[in-house]
Design a protein around this ligand. Structure first.
Ligand code: NDP
Length: 242
């Protein structure tokens, strides 16, 4: 079992799904975990369920991200692990894409991830150590009909990881991305049973993924077991081919 005792971790978008499973996995490995969500009560309730603490944060607000990350690092004396997980997904065919969808998707998935990585890097730089994981997607690597905006946002997220890894390596900070396939969470709950079956059928493992399966990979990437891994985009998709 990976040992993260003594580590301080922050997971954005930790109120449910992959973020909550990640907060649980890190806490079970011994880390002190802070998770965030847009609503304070929801964040505190989710945090209590996994032995973490919960704070309100909208990742589209750069100043709020910066001040929360600084506050967590100050309170705990350091920040070792940051998982920039908060994200949204809304489908639209090319001809149906509205400006509002572009704005909300890019401000949450791209700018939100960027704000989080920037703030994490500032907090980790002083100790010259740290590990950051961002949430890309198989869709960002290969594209998907009806998901042009989401795919563009997740391709950007993967390249935030690749570029930040190049910039931060000399400061002892590793940055990686995970690129999940279809994982059963609220995000994919709107998929029809037919669409779920089709996606499951396209994976050699013949099923969709569980949030814990992404969390386990993230726990590995942030641990010392992954000490020579940086700038990677790790598929966690059951072998799904889009
Ligand atoms: P969920 O919809 O289950 O959870 C999303 C989380 O993000 C919630 O905790 C939500 O918190 C938070 N969130 C959303 N918008 C914001 C915001 N503006 N500021 C702060 N927090 C926010 O999603 P998943 O767990 O499925 O997905 C997690 C990540 O993994 C996302 O980045 C997603 O794109 C990515 N991913 C998911 C896949 C899947 O199949 N599920 C596949 C590939 C990638 P709250 O609503 O409480 O504020």
């Amino acid at each position: 079992m990976t040992d993260l005792s003594g580590r301080v971790a922050l997971v954005t978008g930790g109120t449910r799904g992959i973020g909550l499973a990640t907060a649980r996995a890190l806490a079970e490995a011994g880390a002190t975990v802070v998770l965030t969500g847009r609503d304070e009560a929801r964040a505190k309730e989710a945090a209590a369920s996994v032995g973490a603490s919960g704070l309100a944060l909208d990742v589209t607000d750069a100043k709020a991200v910066s001040s929360l990350v600084r506050g967590v690092a100050k309170e705990h004396g350091k920040l070792d692990i940051v998982v920039a997980n908060a994200g949204i997904m809304e489908d639209a065919l090319l001809g149906m894409i509205k400006e509002e969808l572009v704005d909300t998707t890019l401000s949450t998935n791209v700018a939100g991830t960027l704000h989080t990585v920037q703030a994490a890097a500032r907090a980790m730089m002083r100790k010259k150590t740290g590990s950051i994981v961002v949430l890309a997607s198989i869709v960002g690597e290969h594209g998907s009909a009806g998901q042009t905006v989401y795919a563009a946002s997740k391709a950007a997220v993967a390249n935030i990881a690749r570029s930040a890894a190049k910039e931060l390596g000399r400061s002892g900070i590793r940055v990686n991305a995970v690129a999940p396939g279809v994982i059963e969470t609220d995000l994919t709950a709107g998929l029809s049973e037919d669409a779920k079956a089709e996606n499951a059928g396209k994976t050699p493992l013949g099923r969709l993924g569980r949030p814990e399966e992404v969390a386990n990979a993230i726990r590995f990437l942030v641990s010392d077991d992954a000490s020579f891994i940086t700038g990677q985009v790790l598929g966690i998709d059951g072998g799904l081919v889009l």
